[in-house]
Design a protein around this ligand. Structure first.
Ligand code: S3P
Length: 436
């Protein structure tokens, strides 16, 4: 994919696709609920399709339908103990959320399952869920004993209890909480910092006895559950997908865009707080809540005097997926941006610290890898380069944004651009719409 610099800015109104984290959860919880779950605004991307296929393999009917309100997904839930033993391994594709959350559910089943994934997912750490689930009585192991996929999960005896996690990860927290639905007594998770709380909010809407934590006390708990009840889920737009257009509008002169119905749950809105600190012109309008999830329309204008900032501590889990894009924007700002406490970036779909730094440098920016983050000295003009993505969707989209302010007449080349299909299949179409 070749991307030329944008000469006229981004303009117009756009609804970004549905939130990936919420879409995964709606399919998972709908599958183990009693009765139908209707999901509107579902993100039909490769990762969420991996989740759908795993549950189809365990006997759940999931159909795409349409009514007067538009397209929706119907999950015909079979109840908390209604999944069937799959005949084949469950393929989680590229999706860490699928592999980790489903493990919590599978730990509570009385049949054996094997979880596999693509080469990228097969390199990502699973010990972070194996250890706590085992401590709670699950029978789960890595087939090769190396803490990686494939995972083998068999019938165990979940006791419940308290777990302190070492990383602030919603995937780990959710796996533990989901196992807690099948446990003998209450299950409590204490995190080092509050991670996204979609599991807590949505399981509560499905009828589970669950309490979420807060920034001051990042502790969630769930009681054993007899039944979840199917419901209608309206998925807000994904702030992690909106991020690319927010970033693009901020750095491309002349831009003014409106992004409709973006999820701004406070455990996900760190990017807005950081951009505001940097001096960005972002207005939040029409704030509303549905099933505890906050959403709003965002008006974003070109901001000519962005300044570098320090990003670290408890805000990191609220913007973890946006850090490559924030780094691109920081490269255009005045002064230094320091990102710390972000070692988790090394174990995402790629090592996002080294890939972000290498691509920024390839475009002429001043950037440096740090043990737990990055340092970016902004203000240098970016020039063309070939962008190495390692098939990581967020790297491809972040550097497609950087390409828009490439000072060269020749375009930036994004290698393996189709990886955007993991979270945002229509990314390039939507970017073109705003650039017209
Ligand atoms: C997700 C949690 C985050 C995030 C991922 C989606 C989720 O991972 O990076 O894209 O849906 O729970 P961690 O919780 O492992 O940081």
């Amino acid at each position: 994919m070749k991307i030329n610099h944008a000469s006229n800015g981004l303009h117009g109104e756009l609804s970004v696709p549905g939130d990936k984290s919420i879409s995964h959860r709606a399919v998972m919880f709908g599958s183990i609920a009693s009765g139908d779950t209707v999901i509107r605004g579902f993100l039909k991307s490769a990762d969420c399709i991996s989740t759908m296929n795993c549950f189809r393999t365990m006997g759940i009917e999931i159909e795409e339908e349409r009514d007067e309100k538009g397209d929706f997904i119907r999950v015909s839930g079979k109840g908390i103990r209604g999944l069937s033993k799959p005949d084949t391994p469950l393929d989680c594709g590229n999706s860490g959320t699928t592999a980790r959350l489903i493990s919590g559910i599978l730990a509570g089943q009385d049949f054996k399952t094997v979880l596999t994934g693509d080469p990228s997912l097969s390199r990502r750490p699973m010990k972070r869920i194996i250890d706590p689930l085992k401590n709670l009585g699950a029978s789960i192991r890595s087939e090769k004993g190396n803490g990686l996929l494939p995972l083998i999960i068999e019938k165990g005896k979940l006791s419940g209890g308290e777990i302190r996690t070492r990383v602030a990860s919603a995937q780990v927290k959710s796996a533990i909480l989901l196992s807690g639905l099948y446990a003998e007594k209450e299950t409590v998770v204490i995190e080092p910092a509050l991670s996204r709380n979609h599991t807590e909010l949505m399981l509560s809407a499905f009828g589970a006895d669950i309490t979420g934590g807060s920034t001051d006390e990042p502790k969630a708990s769930v009681r054993p559950c007899r039944e979840l009840r199917g419901l209608e889920v309206n998925v807000p737009g994904d702030i992690s997908s909106a991020a690319y257009f927010i970033g693009a509008a901020l750095i491309v002169p002349g831009s003014e865009i409106v992004l409709k119905n973006v999820g701004i749950n406070p455990t996900r809105d760190g990017i807005l707080r950081v951009f505001k600190d940097m001096g960005a012109d972002i207005k939040i309008e029409n704030e509303r809540y549905e099933s505890g999830e906050k959403s709003a329309d965002l008006i974003v204008r070109y901001s000519s005097s962005l300044k570098g900032v320090e990003i670290g501590g408890d805000i990191i889990p609220t913007l973890i997926d946006e850090l490559p894009l924030i780094s691109v924007v920081a490269a255009t700002a005045d002064g230094e941006t320091v990102i710390r406490d972000a070692s988790e970036l090394k174990v995402k779909e790629s090592n996002r610290i080294s890939l972000t730094v290498n691509n920024l440098k390839a475009m002429g920016a001043d950037a440096e890898e740090r043990e737990d983050g990055l340092l970016i000295c902004g203000g240098k003009a970016l020039h063309r380069a070939s962008i190495e993505t390692a098939k990581d969707h967020r790297i491809a989209m972040s550097f497609s944004v950087a390409a828009l302010i490439n000072s060269d007449v020749r375009p930036v080349e994004i290698l393996d651009p189709s990886c955007v299909g993991i979270s945002f299949p229509e990314f390039y179409r939507d970017m073109d719409l705003l650039l017209k």
